[in-house]
Design a protein around this ligand. Structure first.
Ligand code: ZN
Length: 470
């Protein structure tokens, strides 16, 4: 019998299917001044034990109830009882978004991965469809509560405390995005002010109006939209520094972990920029930044390894990479039951480090955050180039606006940027040269640069597709 105290009562949530270690204690409130959960500080050996126990549990559960997983594992000749140790995990086939997509095409609309009738589950989502046709996902009350527990951890690590006000710069579409952040904030006791369909102009007016009440506040938005506020505020003559926003909690894209983007946003808002990154498939956030990392120029994110198994593989061969080497993530959500995610090729490109963080958390670090989604990786003349690396260059150069796109042609790429307003056309050539050299210094590859007049590149409000393949 677990001694863990949950947010939802058993009468409310029904019988839980997960394994809940006693160290989770009371999930509904902070464990200490600094940590939301004691789990964040457990010895890594204990976290490994929790991972293994949870992994075996989710595999057994999915095999018994999910036709999708049973089919794939039967084809591979794998049974749950074959998973005895860490080496056995690799025998379970890796699944991709295409496997889920094909399954849903053949068995519309939900496919066959669910473990209880999808119409009876608490949450309905679809993926944002930036790189593939939207896929449908559902999750149970138990899953949702587990997501809230993880999200609260991240928000608390960002410095957000009960009683703060959260400005939610998003339009509440049917993908998970900030919905989970919303629920976590509410359960922590923060007031939420949603943007919804308001125009950016009306939205900034609303934030300004409420800023006079003196409540500590934070903004939850994608890096693209956080950036969009800066441009709009300039146009409207609003000083973002006066809005009493202390923390920028960003999700959906790499942002706070790109040093020049972080610096740019922190200067504009007089706030600390933070990451909280997950996906629809993982439900809860896989990683989050802490206050100590936010002081670093090159920030890293803690990985929630008690709730996720994160493996790194070569995206072409799907073979594991060596310790300390970069790779694409294969993620198992250990506490998601409605539509389980087991050895899913999420494809975030990262390096895992076990170096100690000054904050005292033992959860390892994704070094420098997510570098790219593997779909966004560009290979030019045999060199891997991440969009975040180009972004870091573009945003570190005086005279260039933060907007950029990368047009990839077969053997080369053109970086399209904009000059800032007031820069003379005759100086574009000089800017182009500075950027070209900066990128060459960082990648040893020479890319073509195209400097455009201000406002040439389209502005997005949610996520920006940076790479255009031709
Ligand atoms: Zn830390």
């Amino acid at each position: 019998m677990s001694s863990v105290k949950f947010l939802f009562t058993e009468e409310n949530v029904g019988k839980r299917h997960g394994v809940y270690p006693d160290e989770e204690q009371d999930r509904t409130k902070p464990y200490s001044e600094k940590f939301w959960s004691k789990v964040e500080t457990l010895p890594i050996e204990r976290i490994r034990e929790i991972q293994m126990e949870r992994f075996r549990n989710i595999v057994q559960f999915a095999y018994a109830r999910s036709p999708f997983y049973r089919r794939i594992w039967d084809n591979a000749g794998i049974k749950p009882e074959d998973i005895r140790g860490w080496d056995d995990i690799r025998h379970i086939p890796i699944v991709t978004k295409y496997d889920f997509g094909d399954d849903q095409k053949e068995n519309p609309p939900y496919g066959t991965a669910f473990t209880s009738p999808p119409n009876t589950q608490l949450k309905y989502w679809q993926t944002s469809g930036t790189t593939a046709k939207p896929r449908l996902w559902t999750e149970t009350k138990e899953d949702w509560e587990n997501g809230i527990f993880l999200y609260s951890r991240g928000l608390y690590a960002h410095g957000i405390r009960p009683g703060w006000r959260g400005f939610f710069g998003f339009s509440y579409p049917p993908f998970i995005a900030f919905w989970l952040c919303h629920s976590a904030c509410e359960s922590m006791g923060c007031q939420i002010v949603p943007k919804g369909p308001l125009s950016t102009k009306a939205w900034l007016g609303l934030i300004k109006n409420l800023s006079t009440t003196g409540v500590d506040s934070f903004l939850a938005a994608t890096p693209t939209f956080t950036m969009r506020h800066v441009e709009m505020a300039e146009e409207l003559g609003i000083n973002l520094k006066e809005l009493n926003i202390k923390v920028l909690t960003m999700a959906g894209e790499p942002g706070a972990c790109v040093p020049s983007t972080k610096k740019y946003l922190e200067n504009a808002w007089a706030a600390k920029a933070h990451d909280q990154l997950g996906s629809v498939e993982t439900s809860g956030p896989v990683m989050y930044s802490c206050a100590e990392q936010a002081e670093e120029e090159n920030m890293s994110d803690h990985l929630n390894l008690d709730s996720f198994l994160v493996e790194l593989v070569d995206p072409d061969t799907l073979k594991p990479v060596g310790d300390g080497e970069p790779g694409a993530t294969v993620v198992t959500a250990l506490t998601r039951f409605g539509m389980p995610t087991i050895r899913f090729l999420l494809g975030d490109w990262m390096t895992i480090s076990y170096e100690k963080c000054r904050c005292g958390r033992t959860l390892p670090l994704a070094k420098g955050g997510i570098k790219a989604r593997s779909d966004d990786l560009i290979i030019i003349k045999g060199t891997n180039i991440y969009p975040s690396l180009i972004e870091n260059s573009v945003r570190s150069i005086e005279g260039l606006s933060p907007e950029y796109r990368i047009r990839v042609k077969r053997t080369n790429a053109i970086v399209m940027v904009e000059a800032k307003p007031g820069i003379k056309k005759t100086d574009y050539q000089k800017l182009s040269k500075i950027l070209e050299e900066d990128i060459r210094d960082k990648t040893s590859v020479r890319l073509m640069i195209e400097v455009n007049p201000p406002g040439t590149l389209p502005r997005e409000d949610v996520k920006t597709k940076r790479i255009i393949r031709e």
